[in-house]
Unconditional design. Structure first.
Length: 321
């Protein structure tokens, strides 16, 4: 029997792919830093038995019409808002994501963003490089400290809990909001469950780590920012569309909240002329939550394990539902 064909929509290191070539013929897009073009994707969709997709690939009804042989889609991300799951399920295709392997790396990045925004690290770095450091002074670039502050985690899942563990080590009080209570986290981390509104009102740092869904789209709107403390710092490592970016901009400019740390944007890559990028009190990152070498390797292997399992008639390792 001939081997199944698998396509990866980005170039990934050959040494990670090589062990799987025994099981499948594997093709990949020729660039590691550019998305696959539509024409190639359509052609590959028509031929592939399995595909590894990036979070920047939109897998919708239109593209799936080409997928005559496709049995499995492995998304190289834990979030899967780029996949139209209804259409995928209707076509009997298995979809998988990469939970757990990226939890600690993403929690590190979230906490780094919290510290960078709270203690104004990027502004401070630029201050030194731009030759503005003329003398030491008591309140030069003074920011917000972590100790004894309330961190409010909206979306207390795998990553949210890993952030909470870090926050505990920094002496923070932990508040959280989910649709369901997490008794374990409450015991282990002394985390307090709050309504969304209560969390916004009480938190010094508001951290969003929910998936993007119909329910969370635009969750952080004008009303949400108005409820926050004037000293509040907002951190988003979820998806850009959970935030009304205009409302966030207005809240920052009017001093309704103090600062924001953003790893994700509504439009990615973000336009360098985006109004939020003109503000010193915003720290912005290019969606690098899980971007450690160790984690990216683990994510790629997990995708290939998922694809090859399904193509060998075994259950997927980490199915989405
Ligand atoms: P997870 O374990 O599924 O956690 C998500 C949490 O969000 C759950 O605790 C869930 O609890 C809560 N939630 C879902 N809908 C909600 C709603 N409407 N209101 C309030 N809370 C809600 O997922 P994870 O592995 O921690 O990942 C979370 C998300 O982070 C991903 O979906 C992805 O979008 C994002 N992410 C971003 C990066 C990055 O590079 N920036 C990296 C990894 C992940 P309930 O079901 O009880 O509500
Ligand atoms: C990254 O954003 C992910 O969802 O894994
Ligand atoms: C600061 O450098 C101090 O010594 O307090």
């Amino acid at each position: 029997m001939s081997k199944p064909y698998v396509y990866i929509t980005r170039q990934v290191p050959e040494q990670l792919v090589e062990p799987y070539r025994e099981i499948a013929n594997i093709g990949m897009w020729k660039h590691d830093d550019l998305p696959v073009d539509q024409e190639t994707l359509e052609k590959e969709m028509a031929e592939a038995d399995g595909i590894v997709t990036m979070l920047s690939d939109k897998v919708n009804e239109e593209i799936l019409q080409k997928a005559k042989r496709l049995k499995v889609i492995a998304n190289l991300a834990v979030g899967y808002d780029n996949l139209d799951l209804k259409v995928i399920e209707n076509r009997g295709i298995v979809a998988t994501n990469t939970p757990d392997v990226l939890t600690e790396a993403t929690a590190d990045l979230t906490f780094a963003l919290l510290l960078a925004t709270g203690r104004r690290l990027i502004e401070a770095d630029q201050f030194v490089r731009q030759g503005k450091w003329k003398q030491w002074s008591p309140f030069l670039l003074a920011g917000s400290e972590m100790n004894q502050k309330n961190i409010g985690i909206v979306g207390m899942g795998r990553i949210g809990e890993a952030v909470a563990r870090r926050a505990k080590g920094f002496g923070m009080e932990i508040l959280y909001h989910n649709r369901t209570k997490k008794e374990e986290a409450e015991k282990e981390l002394a985390a307090q469950f709050c309504s969304f509104e209560e969390l916004l009102e009480k938190s010094d740092f508001v951290v969003c780590l929910t998936p993007l869904t119909d329910e969370t789209k635009g969750l952080f709107n004008k009303d949400a920012f108005e409820r926050m403390k004037q000293t509040a710092i907002f951190i988003n490592v979820s998806r850009g569309a959970v935030v009304d970016e205009e409302a966030l901009y207005d809240a920052l400019v009017s001093g309704q909240i103090r600062a924001a740390g953003l790893d994700v944007f509504q439009q990615e890559p973000v336009d360098p002329n985006h109004p939020l990028l003109s503000l010193n009190q915003v720290v912005c990152l290019p969606h690098i939550g899980s971007a450690s070498e160790e984690t990216r390797e683990a994510m790629i292997k997990l995708c290939l394990d998922n694809v090859t399992s399904v193509l060998q008639g075994k259950p997927p390792v980490t199915p989405i539902r």
